[in-house]
Design a protein. Sequence first.
Length: 291
Amino acid sequence: MQDNMTHLLGKNVDTVSERSIGRLLLQLGKISTQDAEAILRAQKDLGLRFGDAALKLKLITEADISQVLSMQFNYPYLHAGQGNYSAELVAAYQPFSQQVEELRVLRSQVMMRWINEGYKTLAVVSVNEGEGASFLAANLAIVFSQLGQRTLLIDANLRDPRQHKIFNLKEKLGLSDILADRAAMSVVTNVDSFVDLSVLGAGTLPPNPQELLNRDVFASFMHTAANEYDVILIDTTPGSYIADVQATVARCGGALLVSRLNHTRLSDVAEVRSQISMTGARVIGSVINEF
């Protein structure tokens, strides 16, 4: 019956786009075949598009329309509770909010100032603890993946990592295990809800994070990753662990500094920027979080 109704939708709806909306609503279980028949009748009687007719009959919601449009345009996002990820992933759960629009602006700036210059890897560094670097790195990774860029997010905070919680990673091994030759690239997790996004958690918390980050195997791993991904974002330890940061940023060549409004001291920003510059890496910009 559903196959017949899909065929019927193809005959009665005016455009390919509208036919797709009807099919997607059926496939997602948002409407039944009986609902589709009623929508088609209302569409003909009222001269409305399929989605508008469905809305007028109150058989779907605006959120349903947004979902199918995102599928049509290959722009994945999630509804509240879907995916079992942290609510911090505003780019996934609130893609049309002002906050996420600002993330897209940041993405454009990174593209122009860094990616389009031939670079792929960027470290996201908070000046102090609790200033939002993990939040920013996670959401920036999502908006890059929504652009169709093959994106890898790496949690290189081997002291107090957060990405495994944000993305609810089941894989326990991660970067530290790769650097200690205890794991391979296979521990990278592909995020099902975002086909172009992969995440590598920090892995086992080591007793010697600074030494691990300085191993040659880190450079080798980054070289391999650069051959497989278009964009690589690295969530680092905060600037208070500057030796860790320097070891990580040196593998990237560039960094994005994160501070917090009315919290971070300018002297601290200047100090972390100076320490990063000593590695030969470039600070391509700064982000001020407001929370």
